[in-house]
Design a protein around this ligand. Structure first.
Ligand code: URA
Length: 244
């Protein structure tokens, strides 16, 4: 069966479909020894030798899904020119070549899914699938109802209005507040920028759930394999922001 090259690469678990497109554009992909840079080439993967950076893509690798409780101080990229610690160094027993689904900032802790299933990664990351991500942000000061409503209704960030969010005060202690915020977008430093925009900068940030899949009691720096039921939890509660 013929399929688009970027889809074949994603299914082989090398990268998400979007990242696979970047690889093609960057000239890192070859078919039968010839570099392919145009998008949308359709081919039967079984009949061709497809390589990324000169390495043949494996089609038989077992798909694995991992939930990591990322500590602060680790980068979510697979390499780092500045030599900072990589999240993959925490996956001691994982043999498969997994990549993170979306990103967390260097300073952000919490739930990070890693997989070699590019299709699933695409469904989690792409805003059109509206997978909710829940964060607990400890912020400076005590945002009032009106400020929190601005976050809920969507605020302008760099010329774009954020999608509606769900916001709840978890606790307030002295001059800090812990606020739970649920969004389905994944723009760079989005939660930090949203709170900065209402004048309450984030002091600490943790992601606690993808959809209804929660981090639970997983210790910081530890990971666990996800099963089929866990995967369905990711997509449960979709659109909850708009139905409630
Ligand atoms: N929003 C942020 O600001 N940082 C993250 O790491 C994730 C979401």
């Amino acid at each position: 069966m013929k399929e688009r090259l970027q889809k074949i690469i994603a299914q082989a678990g090398v990268a998400s479909r979007r990242a696979a497109e970047e690889y093609i554009r960057a000239g890192r992909v070859a078919v039968d020894g010839t570099t392919v840079t145009e998008m949308g080439l359709q081919l039967d993967a079984g009949r061709h030798r497809i390589t990324v950076d000169g390495k043949p893509i494996a089609r038989e690798e077992q798909l694995v899904y991992i939930l990591l409780n990322k500590p602060a101080g680790y980068v979510t990229t697979l390499s780092d020119p500045q030599g900072r610690p990589l999240i993959t160094s925490l996956l001691r027993e994982v043999k498969e070549r997994v990549f993170p689904v979306g990103r967390l900032d260097l300073d952000t802790e919490g739930a990070l899914i890693l997989t070699n299933d590019g299709e699933l990664a695409n469904r989690i990351i792409h805003p059109k699938y509206e997978v909710n991500k829940t964060y607990v942000a400890t912020v400076k000061g005590r945002p009032d109802r009106r400020q929190l409503r601005r976050l809920e209704e969507g605020i302008l960030l760099e010329g774009h209005k954020t999608w509606p969010a769900k916001v709840r005060v978890v606790r307030q202690e002295g001059e800090t507040s812990a606020i739970e915020i649920i969004i389905h977008e994944g723009k760079k430093r989005q939660v930090r920028k949203m709170f900065a925009a209402i004048g309450h900068p984030v002091l600490h940030l943790q992601r606690i759930a993808y959809g209804k899949l929660r981090l639970g009691a997983l210790p910081l720096g530890s990971y666990r394999y996800l099963n089929q039921k866990d995967l369905t939890q990711i997509f449960a509660g979709k659109n909850m922001l708009y139905n409630s």
